[in-house]
Write a protein that binds this ligand. Structure first.
Ligand SMILES: [Zn+2]
Length: 121
């Protein structure tokens, strides 16, 4: 299966490597700036979910990046969730749920939402 997001384990390592501090301003949780794992090369530009492509952004810089890339973080995580649920249904060989999640993903496609997130049946 195509890895579309950093795993929790990868996120933990990336946080450790970068001391959980924003690569742009150096702030982190301790300053109340937040600390988010983000890819250096964005997914839509071929960036992979590997540790070497990980970095930390504070909430302000993460949001600025979402704005710059025209990504709606709310639908973004929604689509990723549905993709992982589809994968789970596939693993469990549940055709009923596979069909359900595939239909939801077709709605994303029909409305041209989050097309930067690749999904293959
Ligand atoms: Zn920052």
């Amino acid at each position: 299966m195509l890895r579309i997001e950093f795993s929790d384990k990868q996120k933990q390592k990336i946080r450790k490597i970068h001391n959980a501090r924003c690569v742009l301003c150096g702030l982190g949780e301790k300053e109340g700036a937040g600390s988010h794992v983000a890819s250096r090369v964005p997914r839509q530009d071929g960036g992979e979910a590997v540790i070497s492509n990980g970095q930390i952004l504070c909430t302000k810089h993460k949001n600025a990046r979402f704005d710059a890339e025209k990504i709606d973080p709310k639908t973004d995580s929604g689509k990723n969730f549905i993709i992982s649920m589809h994968g789970l249904a596939k693993d469990k060989k549940s055709e009923h749920y596979q069909e359900f999640f595939a239909k939801l993903l077709k709605v994303y496609k029909a409305h041209n939402i989050d097309k930067h997130i690749a999904w293959k049946k």
